[in-house]
Design a protein around this ligand. Structure first.
Ligand code: B12
Ligand code: SF4
Length: 488
């Protein structure tokens, strides 16, 4: 079948991100013998017109639409992408009679809401590769793919309008075939986004209260073989020249042994690749930090969330404030740059716990801090479920329109206090209170050849002065307080 895969994402903050998920689905469908083309709407000035032209030229039998982000998950400057997604679906239907299959992480977080709001014919929540191929096979023989969830690999589910997706316990995932980067303009993402991306495993075993990752990828780890991961990296460096890689795993350094195997293989082959990742403070010791640094890690985003024991426990985190501080210390001593990511305002947060986290983080002295004001509530997370159970949130409040929880007693205090911290520290980023970086500055820096995560620049003290200035002005061109978002 002739299949057009469309990547709807046009967000370029903090960077334009190569659509890795779509490239995986494209590779699987191509391997199954289908004729695949990709429409990437990220960079064009008239994306819908370009899409129309491509549809007319390619005449697909089936269209797959990848929806990565629902919104920017930031409060109060919330940006949502729903109207853009709707316009894309409308364009697809206006120009082509091919059925439209929706997928991607944004779709998978709330498939029912998307199916209800959008005119998609089919939807696949979770891993897309085998489910998409199964849908193609069913449609090719004129069958109804409504229940492919029972017939395809684990971790996948197909949904039809109004039918709840069936999620299965994920098990194996080999990482093969590798993403079909050749069908997209990967070099442009390296130039404009400063890095490429690779996935080494799926899933997360932790149970942080607000987090969607275990829902998206499964509650168990599905790890790739280290040799295969490094083969992919080696091929990327050979085909596209040396460039930094972001490992997109929920957390790269857990379970113990996984990253160690990849680092050992990178070192054995003398690859000299620069990379960055998300990590957990759990079991992040001196040995792990030093090994990661030796194998080319140039930046680590530590998902610490809070450095206050009571708040950590309320967030469902599996470590203490002491472990968070020692993980930070091991990384800094290994000369890794560290970005601490924090979430303020979850249930139980008080002025005292906010102050205690801020004090502790300032003492840790990481390279950068990214702090979220409030928690974006997603369907199915332990936090949302418990708020619904307690009658503090209505089920229908949690959906496509962004809803945030901020502990009522600190609603006024929190943004004021965080802005104050950001001005004092100089290396803080508050995505909901000021743009992480303005598009013009980002283009300039990338144009100057600065690659890798841009938060690294905050290690320079002269950058602190520029950064502080952004919090003195309340608003930026990043977005406006969203008229429809809810605070609960
Ligand atoms: C790594 C990551 C980042 C990194 C990316 C670095 C890089 N260079 O790649 C960074 C830190 C930069 C980042 C930034 C942002 N991110 Co982010 N990110 C992730 C993360 C952890 C993994 C994404 C990924 O690459 N996964 C690997 C690929 C292979 O999986 P996938 O894309 O889901 O694809 C699979 C399926 O979805 C499906 N599929 C995909 N496309 C299609 C198409 C069809 C037709 C079908 C059938 C199936 C299908 O099949 C694929 C293979 O199985 C996810 C959370 C998660 N665990 O998914 C959040 C996530 C995608 N991010 C999210 C958000 C919000 C953002 C930001 C907006 C945050 C911000 N305010 O800055 C920005 C947006 C950046 C941008 N330009 O779009 C949200 C999106 C949901 C939402 N709230 O809207 C997520 C889901 C996290 C969350 N909060 O739940 N992110
Ligand atoms: S926040 Fe990180 S460690 Fe916790 S469940 Fe989500 S991905 Fe796992």
């Amino acid at each position: 079948m002739r299949v057009l895969l469309v990547s709807a994402n046009r967000e370029r903050i903090p960077d334009p991100i190569f659509p890795l998920g779509l490239a995986y689905v494209a590779a699987a469908a191509r391997q199954a013998g289908h004729d695949i083309a990709v429409a990437d709407l990220c960079f064009g000035r008239s994306p819908l017109r370009d899409l129309t032209t491509q549809l007319r030229r390619f005449r697909p039998d089936l269209i797959g639409l990848s929806l990565r982000n629902v919104d920017n998950a930031a409060y109060p400057l919330t940006v949502d992408y729903i109207d853009h997604h709707r316009a894309v679906v409308d364009t697809l239907h206006a120009t082509s009679t091919a059925p439209v299959v929706l997928g991607g992480s944004g779709f998978s977080i709330m498939p029912e809401a998307y199916m209800e709001a959008f005119d998609g014919d089919w939807g696949i929540a979770g891993d897309g590769e085998s489910a998409f191929v199964a849908v193609l096979e069913e449609l090719a023989i004129g069958a109804d793919p409504g229940d492919v969830s029972g017939g395809v690999g684990p971790g996948t589910a197909a949904v039809r309008r109004g039918i709840t997706p069936r999620r299965m316990a994920p098990s194996a995932w080999s990482g093969k075939p590798w993403p079909a980067r050749d069908l997209l303009d990967y070099p442009r993402y390296i130039r404009r986004g400063g890095m490429g991306n690779v996935q080494t495993k799926r899933g997360c075993v932790f149970k942080c209260s607000y987090c969607t990752y275990p829902l998206l990828e499964g509650r168990r780890f599905r790890t790739r073989d280290a040799g295969d991961v490094v083969d992919e990296i080696e091929a990327l460096m050979r085909d596209y020249g040396p460039h930094p890689i972001f490992f997109v795993d929920s957390i790269l350094n857990f379970p113990r042994g996984h990253i160690e195997g990849i680092c050992a293989e990178i070192l054995r082959r003398g690859l000299g690749v620069r990379w960055s990742c998300y990590a957990t403070p759990v079991k992040l010791d001196r040995h792990q930090a030093q090994l990661m640094a030796a194998a080319g890690c140039e930046g680590i985003e530590l998902g610490t969330d809070a450095v206050d024991d009571a708040q950590l426990s309320r967030l469902g985190k599996s470590f203490s404030a002491e472990v968070a501080a020692s993980a930070n210390r091991h990384c800094m001593e290994a000369k890794l740059r560290v970005c601490q990511t924090l979430i303020f305002g979850a249930p139980g947060e008080t002025q005292d716990s906010v102050r205690s986290t801020c004090r502790a983080v300032r003492r840790m002295n990481p390279t950068a801090v990214v702090a979220m004001t409030g928690v974006r509530l997603y369907p199915g997370t332990p936090l949302t479920n418990s708020l619904i159970q307690q009658g503090r949130v209505a089920r229908h409040d949690i959906g496509l329109l962004p809803a945030f929880y901020i502990e009522p007693e600190i609603r006024d205090f929190l943004p004021r206090y965080l802005r104050q911290q950001a001005v004092q520290a100089g290396n803080w980023v508050l995505p909901g209170l000021a743009a992480p970086i303005l598009p013009g500055s980002q283009r300039l820096l990338r144009g100057l050849g600065i690659s890798g995560p841009l938060w690294r620049l905050l290690e320079n003290h002269w950058m602190h002065r520029l950064n502080r200035g952004r919090f003195r002005r309340p608003n930026t061109s990043w977005g406006v307080p969203h008229p429809k978002r809810k605070v609960v």
